[in-house]
Ligand binder design. Sequence first.
Ligand code: GUN
Ligand code: ZN
Length: 443
Amino acid sequence: MKAYRASLLWFAPPSDGVALARFEQDGLLVVGPNAQGRQVVQAIGPWHDLQAQYAQGPVEHLPGRIIAPGFIDLHIHYPQTNVIGSPASGLLPWLENYTFPEEKRFSAPEYSAQAATFFVAELLRNGVTTALAFATSHPESVNALFAEAQVQQMRLITGLCLMDRHAPADLLNQGLGSVSGTEQSLRDTEALIQRWHGVDRLGYAITPRFAPTSTEAQLRGAGDLAKQYGDVWIQSHVAENKDEITWARELFPQSRSYLATYDDFGLMRNRAIYAHCIHFDDDDRALMRDTGAAAAISPTSNLFLGSGFFDYEGANRVGYQYGLASDVGGGTSFSPFHTMLAAYYVGREGQTKPGLSLSPQHLWWQHTAGAAAALGLDGANGGPAVGNLLPGCEADFVVLNPQATPLLARKTALASNLDELLFSLIVLGDDRLIEKTIVSQAI
Ligand code: GUN
Ligand code: ZN
C-alpha cells in the first residue's frame, strides 16, 4: 500500500450522474495491489477521514499539487508524430501529400521502434495513460508499438491498419506468395490478436483505415473477425470531410449512409470507436446509440483540417457515447488540455443550435471517465477500469502543478470554485502542468 496526500480530482460513479466531478482540497489517495497483483485504487477521500486507517504506511505528501485520473486519448496515430502541422486544403490532399509518405517509412522495424519510443514517452509526458492508436499497414509497426507500451506498462490498444485499395502500392497490405494482400491482412490481424490482445495492459483493435481504402472483401473479413473476437476493439474514421463522404458514398452506394457501410459489414458494436462523426444525420446518431459504438471527438484535428464541428447537441439529444481524442497528426497537440480547450470552442461556436457551453467538468470527463466508458473500460461487468480514481480503478494518475507557470499560479490562486479552477487549467494548461505521470504497476 502507498498513499498520496494532495488535492484530488475524480468523478462520481456513472449512476450518480454523468460528468459529476468530485474534488477534495486535502485528500488521501491509497493505492495497492488487487488480486491479480496490479496496483489499483484502494481508497480515496478526505485526509481527515482516511488518515487514521492509512497514515501508518508510506504517505507521499504533495502540498499544492492536484492528483487527477490519467487522461485517455480515444484516437491518435503513432506514425503521424512527424506529420503534425502539415497544412493542406483538406483531409484527402493531406493524406496523399504528407501522411502516406511518412507512413511508408514504418515498413522498417527500426524506424517503427524509434517512433514508438518517442510516441509513448510523449503521451506519458502529457499525462495520457491509455490510448487507442492507429499504427500503419505494416505488422512491424504494430509489434513495435505494443512492445514499447508493454515496457512502459501503459494501457494501449492498437492494430494493423487495413488498407487494400486506393492508397500508394507500397502502403497497401502486402500479399505473401499466392496469398492476396487482402487475405494476408486478415491473417495478420488474427495472428496479432492472438499475440497481443489481453497481454499485460495491451488490447487489439481491428483497424480498417476508412471505408474508401478497403474492398468489400476486406471489410467483410474484418467484420467476421470482430464477431469471432467479441472483446477486441474496432477503430476507424467516419464522416469527417465532405469529399471523403462523397467518395465513400460512390464506393458503397447500397448502404444507407457512410456510417451504415460499417454496420453493413458487421463493424458496429460495443468497443467500436469511430473518429470524427461530424456530418451525421439523426439516423446515423441512432445507429451509434443502438449498436453501442462510440465517437472519438477530435477537435484540434477538425479545426486544423477544416473538417467541421462535432455536433454535441445532436449526440446528447439522441444519446450515444463519445469521448475526446487528439488525432495527432491531423490533430495539433498531444496535450489533453489543448484538446479540451478546442472542444470548448467547438461546443461554443460550432453548433447548429447555438448556446451550448460545455462545462469544464464535462470537458475533463470526456477525456477521462467518459472516454473509459466509451472504450468499455469503466469496470462494468467486472472488467478493468481506467479514467477515474474510484476504488478498484487501475492506479493511473497525474500529479498537476497549478503553479507550473507564473500565469497559472496567478490565475489558479483566484479560483473560488471547482469550475473556475478547472477552467483555468484547461485554458492555460499544457505539458508543463503535468509534474508527474504514474501508470499502474504490476507487482
Ligand atoms: N481518414 C483516413 N485516414 C485518416 C487519417 O490518417 N487521419 C484523419 N484525420 N482522417 C483519416
Ligand atoms: Zn485519425
